[in-house]
Design a protein around this ligand. Sequence first.
Ligand code: PCD
Length: 786
Amino acid sequence: MSQALDEVKIGGLGASRQRVEDARFIRGRGNYVDDIVLPGMLHMEILRSPLAHARIKSIDTSKAWAIPGVRLVLTGEMAAQRNLAWMPTLSYDTQAVLATDKVRFQGQEVACVVADDPYIARDGVEAIVVEYEPLPPIVNPVQALAPDAPLIRDDKEGQTDNVCYRWEVGDAEATERAFAEADVVSKLKLHYPRSHPSPIECCGSVADYNSATGKLTVYMTTQAPHIIRAAVALVAELPEHMIRIISPDIGGGFGNKVPVYPGYVCSILCSILTGRPVKWIEDKTGNLVSTGFGRDMYLTGEMALRADGKILAVRFHADTDQGAFFSDAQPSKFKVGLLHSAFACYDVPHGHITAQGTYTNKAPGGVAYRCSFRVTEAMFFQERMVQAAADDLGMDQAEFRRINLREDDSFPARTPFGFLVDSGQYAKCLQMGLDAIGYEDFKREQAEARKRGRYLGIGISTMTEPLGAGNSREYDILGIKMFDSAELRVHPTGKAILRTGAKTQGQGHETTWAQIVSHELGIPADDIVVEEGDTDHAPFGMGTYASRSTPVAGAAVSMVSRKIRAKARKLAAHLLEVSEEDVEWELGRFYVRGAQSRGVTIQECAMAAYTNMPDGMEPGLENNAYYDPPNLTWPFACYIATVEIDPETGVWDVLRLVAVDDCGVRINPMVVEGQITGGLTEAYAMSNMQFQTYDAEGNIVGGNYMDYLLPTAWETPGFELHEVVTPCPHHPIGAKGVGECAAVGGPAAFVNAVMNAIGHTGVRNIDMPLLPDRVWDAIRTGKDIS
Ligand code: PCD
């Protein structure tokens, strides 16, 4: 008789285990960077440029130095003496740490003041006098490309215009031929506006350089501590073993905490120069005006269609507004990230994409805000185009998708842009969504309502997202390959500590990784503690972003557990006095084949590893695993929104939002639902209330939370969640990433619903955010709103 454990009861796969990290978070016992207090610690504040584009004529710091309590005033010139006025970006460009020649965006870092407390440091910042000679600001790609546009990056040798990259992918000729055969060509043009991740906790660091030992310890808000260590070693030329990066609790990352920001570098330099620990904590405005934005992409495209609805080809062009420095935090060799994952869920035979990035006088960034590197723009454009195409064909939008979505038996499927999509049940997800929302009934209701002057609309978004960067062939950061790692130590009593190279920022790794170990070894999840974020302790890993942790680090957790199990099997054979081949495994225990009651538990094996190992066996029960994924994982989602618009005001309300997510095997269903709910909330905010823009002078609009709105429980609609499970064929436990899906696919569902509601007006597009005045203008004028 089997004595195997009940996996859900011990907190294994499929258990909606309560998040263990919340025990400290809800009691105010989290340990964030600003909670770190070191003896003798000083405080740093940053002086930011008020102008978008200007030459620096002089900087007078004498008044700041004279303030009692000010210990250091750091300028770009001083940083330059250490070769640190500029730093490399993750996109192989350079970025100013502190401006020396020019300022290139409003909010750019110009100088730092270090003082006994943050208030004195702030006084010091205000006492610095900078003389600027204003230059004309450039705030969009059109201005940037004008023949007489001033050169923003005159610091770069050989740079003669404001183009920062050009890129293309696909087969232009085959695509052209397909367009020649099309019955209908559908066109669309839109702008995905700038948005900002705006985590609750802003960026910050405490740098502690010990001149006696030569060791530099930095506590900082980073999603990728090991990369930071490597970068500091390379840029600051410090020996890597003398650098320790600690990422304590993080109050949300959302991609915002992947890049290296000037503030981090300055705090390190200031600690070296003062010989004291230096703390820098960014304020909300500092975070909004200077750290990585998302999107800001102009898209123009067309789709070649057969009269019966089959997509023959797509082509589009993307213009990205990169801001002053090309600092996209993305690890692929592709200049626009994974933009070419567009249309991966559809059977599209041919495609061609061109892209161009321009420098402007805006904050740099292009971070993957809850998005695997430009996938959000890709999926948004895809789904907006799909809706426009269905409309142009006079076809039902669900039917049009049904015809073109990939079929279940077509996997693995190669996209026209070279990706290999692993698995999925797309038609099933779509149907589940349509059934849940009551599609046909809603359409009838909509037609009835229209007769009475009420505007109801329904919008669908179906998409797949490549998650889990990446395989080492195609993805690297500074040349370091994109694998990830896990280390597992099982103690004599069968309790364990697990460390990975990922870094949770709220996702719940401390809860979910233990569940994977539980699934592999039968050790109760409560007996496993999970630690991440300290480079002196954790194995080398590439960090958490692009929903890569489950696909990569999570896989490593499985693999290391299996190594432990292999050793435990040897120990079991020894304890049971049989040969290893005669030992069978069931969750939590080994037994003798044919004599199921004769067995030993995993805990007994652990004890034996320290007290009773066979002759010649190395003692102990610990190991590590490095995992290089063979492919990305491809979750699928179908989001369907229904809305009602008030034609008098343009205000729109979400009636219902149905989500069907297939992220393969779910480790913790409750955590997954939390991820989807969070993502949909952000999607809703992007679609109707958030954007960061700049006026003609290059002043940021949306640099504070009065202008840049965060959704609260009050305006956020309820979401109805459903699931489909298509196990990932190449992941050890069949899981796919999920953290970003809803933020990536959600916006198109809301926008498509609003467009559907006003379809009769002839308006093809309203650019996000769909603020009431824009919607109202569109209804009134029958014209597109950009
Ligand atoms: N899961 C499960 N199952 C499956 C999947 C998953 O359970 N199948 C879970 C895990 O374990 C975890 C989560 O869930 O816990 C998630 O996961 P993933 O998908 O893998 O992801 P990750 O990597 O971990 O994470 C990342 C993401 C991102 S990317 C983002 S943005 C965001 C998200 O995550 N962020 C955040 N979410 C979140 N949450 C929170 N709370 N916070 C935050 O911050 Mo990027 O790239 O960075 O942009």
